[in-house]
Design a protein around this ligand. Structure first.
Ligand code: APR
Length: 238
């Protein structure tokens, strides 16, 4: 199995900002104010407003999957070996490119959740404390279905299983700052996988990788997929 982890860098050339680059989101707003469970408890209006901004940006007509997203969808379609895509991204660009076997470990910006009744559904509108839950009608209990700092990522059991059995692990467009994802390459390697990094620059976890290829995602990801589909080094049928 080929296990692929993606981060904000894969969506950069689609027009979405990363978090920790000099022009990234955390250079403009304080993560402690808008990206933690504690911030939501203290000041839900501010946290919801930040998510509204990100949601509107994602829904802008100019935002579309790029060649890297399309290449990973192609890999899943054409590979003889199973491909599982785990993304830290809350955007929907992988699914728009056609990836199917996909886990959003940090949730999805275009879904909301009601903290009263547990409802989760697709949502494209702004959310405020005045927005009523479409299921239970309670106001003030809707939040984006994303994972904030201090919360547990989704799908960890399935990801752990995949890390233990994957043959190849590829990390794409992530800086390696955020755990547990930052530890996945080391875990996969300990389980016997070949681990490869595709990123603009070396990430923090660079020592965990057997190999690194550095450049823009829209160039290096399609090139690697082309190679992976052409040679048995990357896609064995066993
Ligand atoms: N092509 C490839 N890589 C790129 C590109 C590009 N065009 N542009 C930037 N990058 C790389 C950067 O060099 C950096 O290493 O993408 C990485 C982005 O890192 P971060 O901004 O830290 O994003 P990510 O690793 O996904 O962040 C993890 O942090 O704040 C949280 O929850 C948020 O899921 C996110 C998590």
């Amino acid at each position: 199995m080929i296990l692929i982890l993606t981060g904000a860098g894969i969506s950069r050339e689609s027009g979405l900002d990363t978090f920790r680059d000099p022009d990234g989101i955390w250079a403009r707003v304080r993560m402690e104010d808008v990206g933690t469970a504690g911030a939501y408890a203290r000041n839900p209006e501010q946290v919801l407003a930040f998510a509204n901004t990100l949601r509107r940006e994602l829904l802008a007509p100019r935002i579309a999957p790029n060649a890297a997203h399309h290449a990973l969808a192609r890999l899943e379609r054409e590979s003889r070996e199973a491909v599982l895509l785990v993304t830290q991204n809350v955007d929907n660009l992988h699914e728009r490119a056609g990836s199917v076997h996909l886990l959003h470990m940090h949730g999805e910006l275009l879904k909301i959740r009601c903290t009263r009744c547990g409802m989760v559904r697709q949502w494209e509108e702004d959310v405020t404390l005045a927005t009523a839950c479409p299921e239970c009608a309670e106001r003030g209990r809707l939040r984006p279905h994303i994972v904030w700092f201090e919360e547990t990522p989704f799908h960890l059991r399935e990801i752990e299983r995949a890390l233990a059995r994957c043959r190849v692990f590829v990390s794409i467009g992530t800086s390696g700052n955020v755990w547990p994802a930052a530890g996945f390459a080391g875990q996969a390697r300990a389980g016997g996988a070949f681990v490869l990094e595709l990123n603009l620059e070396r990430s923090l976890g660079t020592r965990a990788f057997h190999e690194g290829r550095y450049g823009r995602a829209t160039e290096i990801v399609p090139a690697w997929v082309e190679e992976a589909l052409a040679t048995s080094r990357w896609t064995s049928s066993t």
